[in-house]
Write a protein that binds this ligand. Structure first.
Ligand code: HEM
Length: 448
């Protein structure tokens, strides 16, 4: 429709969609009274979560309780925990070397494990099975249907587990996932009541002790917030790690440059590199940005509504007025794949971020404005530590330094295993893909 009708199109009777990267920040600004669109947010069946809150002011109140947990300062405190999990994952991959390892599942298990006190220990599973990841993905894909039939999720949530298991394993995972989060919230709630000065600080303990009104602290509301926070963190981070690793492994010149950069950082034997150190590495940073660009983050059109003001969009000497109350959006995929900004947009090319072109403004995987991803600092910490520890520990038969714990090679994995074929709120991949798989040959080196 954009090719036929231009950059600003009324795509259905209610909604306007935009395809002009210059307009992205105008649609998603940090200031102003901006709501979400109820028709979009109802698809997940969690209307009381911060993510799905429609009203701007209520959203600000709910988000204010979460903000301190996700500040850069708080995430730095998480760093040792993330590093321990990544190191364990890297060692487990080496131990599980008898057949191909599903790297995308390993990353999914990793992202699940460091999501707030879930005690899931997914990375200890030999096959890296990740119940939460699969449940979250199934829920995200189902959103396309649930937008039209919003009764689906409330019904699923009420299913007894035996019936859910009879229907489909993903449905059962989803019910178990929600039940597990509900149990964690209920436990936190009774702990906070019985021991008001306890120092244990999961996301739930934190909210329960915050200044939010008591009506905002119900077990049901906090369960909804927990479900979306964990699900949003797992799917996106695991996919960004997977896509970035796939491209690095498939281009020996990229791997060589990355390993050269990682090899010179000063790390004591047996220790993980520290975040402050690796965040300054230009080539690793460029790989992460390129990986975020090609993994897209959230692919759905994230509609915004100005309830009481018109929105005037202006670009290239043209102006459009979006009337108050009208949902308007621009998909991240259209920004990331715009060939005027990113030449050969399908190719993984970290160098484009090092050419002084000020491309950062067009990296919108985390969206922008008042509803921008709250987990961005945590996601970056996971990406930096995950990739740095993995690529210090592993080389390929073509590119290695001699001090790795193993050599890896992609196993029957091609571009078609990472290419987006549809929008399931996150990228949909061809259904018969077996994931991003590697084979591992342990070496005698020990350094990580
Ligand atoms: C590469 C990793 C990630 C990407 C690309 C990503 C992307 C996004 C995007 C685009 C949004 C905006 C959605 C909207 O406008 O409706 C969002 C919101 C959100 N994300 Fe992330 N995310 C990532 C990791 C995480 C992590 C690690 C967490 C927490 C554990 C998290 C928690 C959330 C939450 C709670 C929201 C809702 C925020 C609000 O409504 O105020 N995300 N994310």
């Amino acid at each position: 429709m954009h090719e036929t009708y231009g950059p600003v199109v009324r795509i259905n009777p209610y909604e306007i969609h935009v395809n002009d990267p210059a307009l992205y920040r105008q649609i998603y600004p940090f200031n102003g009274n901006i709501d979400k669109w109820g028709w979009f947010t109802r698809q997940f069946g969690i209307p009381e979560s911060t993510f799905a809150t429609v009203d701007h002011h209520l959203h600000r109140l709910r988000r204010s309780a979460l903000n301190p947990l996700f500040s850069k300062q708080s995430i730095v405190k998480f760093e040792p925990r993330i590093a321990v999990k990544v190191t364990k994952m890297v060692q487990n991959i080496c131990n599980a070397s008898s057949g191909p390892v599903k790297l995308s599942a390993a990353y999914a298990a990793l992202a699940t494990d460091y999501s707030f006190d879930l005690d899931s220990a997914c990375i200890d599973n030999v096959d890296f099975a990740s119940m939460y990841h699969d449940a979250a993905l199934a829920g995200s894909y189902a959103g396309n249907l649930a937008k039209h039939f919003p009764v689906i999720f409330p019904l699923i949530r009420k299913l007894p587990i035996w019936l859910a298991r009879l229907l489909k394993s993903e449905v059962a995972f989803f019910v178990e996932f929600q039940n597990h989060i509900g149990e964690l919230v209920a436990r936190a709630s009774s702990e906070v009541k019985s021991r008001p000065v306890d120092t244990k600080r999961t996301i739930f303990h934190h909210i329960l002790r915050s200044d939010l009104p008591e009506t905002e602290k119900s077990v049901e509301r906090l369960t909804q917030d927990g479900v979306v926070t964990v699900a949003a963190g797992i799917m996106t981070t695991a996919w960004a790690l997977s896509v970035t690793s796939f491209h690095i492994l498939s281009q020996p010149n990229v791997l060589q440059k990355l390993k050269d950069e990682l090899d010179v950082i000063n790390v004591a034997a047996g220790e993980a590199p520290c975040l402050a150190q690796i965040e300054r590495l230009p080539y690793l940073t460029a790989c992460i940005k390129e990986g975020l660009r090609l993994s897209h983050g959230v692919t759905a059109r994230l509609s915004r509504v100005r309830p009481d003001t018109d929105l005037v969009l202006s670009s290239g000497g043209q102006q459009w007025t979006v009337p108050a109350g009208t949902p308007v959006s621009m998909s991240s995929v259209l920004v990331h794949m715009n060939s005027d900004i990113f030449e050969n947009p399908h190719s993984f090319n970290p160098e484009r971020w090092l050419a002084g072109k000020n491309l950062d403004q067009y990296l919108v995987a985390f969206s922008s404005g008042s509803r921008q991803c709250i987990g961005m600092n945590l996601a970056y910490a996971e990406l930096y530590l995950g990739l740095a520890i993995f690529f210090r520990a592993y080389g390929t038969p073509q590119v290695h330094k001699g001090n790795e714990i193993g050599l890896v090679q992609l196993f029957e994995t091609s571009d078609s295993d990472v290419e987006m074929i549809g929008d399931g709120n996150v990228p949909m991949i061809r259904p018969d893909s077996k994931g991003i798989r590697i084979t591992v040959m342990p070496t005698s080196g020990i350094k990580m």
